[in-house]
Design a protein around this ligand. Structure first.
Ligand SMILES: [Mn+2]
Length: 235
């Protein structure tokens, strides 16, 4: 079976419960569509578990994109050289990351030993920007947020990462007649026509799966879809 989940945002307990709920076996594949880290306090712990599973495939989200550069910077020794590199861009990157919940990840990162820190940075650098899968003869494009500057003729490998992780797609628009676009990033409760519902959204060849697990109010959940059966799982 092929499963997709997104925007776990440091909710380690939810992640573990989900693995149990879908009963992820060695023959299954779980795609994680980005934003594993930040806000919640268990993002690094989730990454450490993910990297132990060859059948959990990570796709980059805007939070990982911000985290990579910042963690690399924080992981170097303080030398004249590193201080010289501390320019406005680096500082702004750190501040922006903190503004969106990066501090939880920084705190967790600081508790790791040097080898674990290296492993996390290396693992984050392995994340793909998107994945294409076929299940039961149906084609899916898995990407964190959407496809900015979309044109049906544009090859997927021609998109820059930044065009796939920040901008939400137009859920009223069919992007590909013959493919489904699976996305996270925007809690589905914010999609027009799905207001207030923390539920997987399916329409116009879109499958939106961020069920607001990072929102702390009641009802917010971690959603997961099985592409083979269409079955939805929530924790
Ligand atoms: Mn996001």
């Amino acid at each position: 079976m092929t499963y997709c989940v997104s925007d776990i945002h440091g909710n380690y307990e939810g992640y573990i419960k989900l693995l149990e709920k879908i009963n992820l076996s060695e023959e299954d594949t779980l795609y994680v569509l980005g934003d594993v880290v930040d806000r919640g306090t268990g993002g690094i712990k989730i990454l450490q578990d993910m990297m132990m599973h060859y059948n959990i495939i990570p796709i980059i989200g805007n939070h990982e994109y911000m985290a990579i550069n910042c963690l690399k910077f924080l992981n170097q020794e303080i030398t004249e050289e590193s201080i010289a590199k501390l320019n406005e861009g680096v500082i702004q990157g750190l501040l922006e990351w903190q503004n969106v919940g990066g501090q939880a990840t920084i705190d967790e990162f600081h508790k790791l030993n040097p080898e674990e820190k290296e492993d996390i940075i290396e693992y984050l650098e392995e994340f793909s920007s998107y994945e294409e899968v076929s299940v039961n003869g149906k084609d899916y494009i898995l990407v964190h947020a959407g496809l900015s500057n979309f044109s049906p003729e544009r090859p997927l490998e021609g998109y820059h990462i930044s065009e796939m992780i920040f901008e939400t797609p137009d859920y009223d628009r069919v992007y590909f007649q013959d493919k489904h676009l699976v996305t996270g990033h925007l809690p589905t409760r914010c999609i027009e026509g799905n207001e207030g519902q923390d539920k997987i959204y399916k329409a116009n060849n879109h499958i939106a799966i961020d069920c607001g697990c990072a929102c702390i109010d009641e009802g917010s959940r971690l959603g997961c879809i099985c592409l083979d059966t269409g079955e939805e799982f929530y924790v």
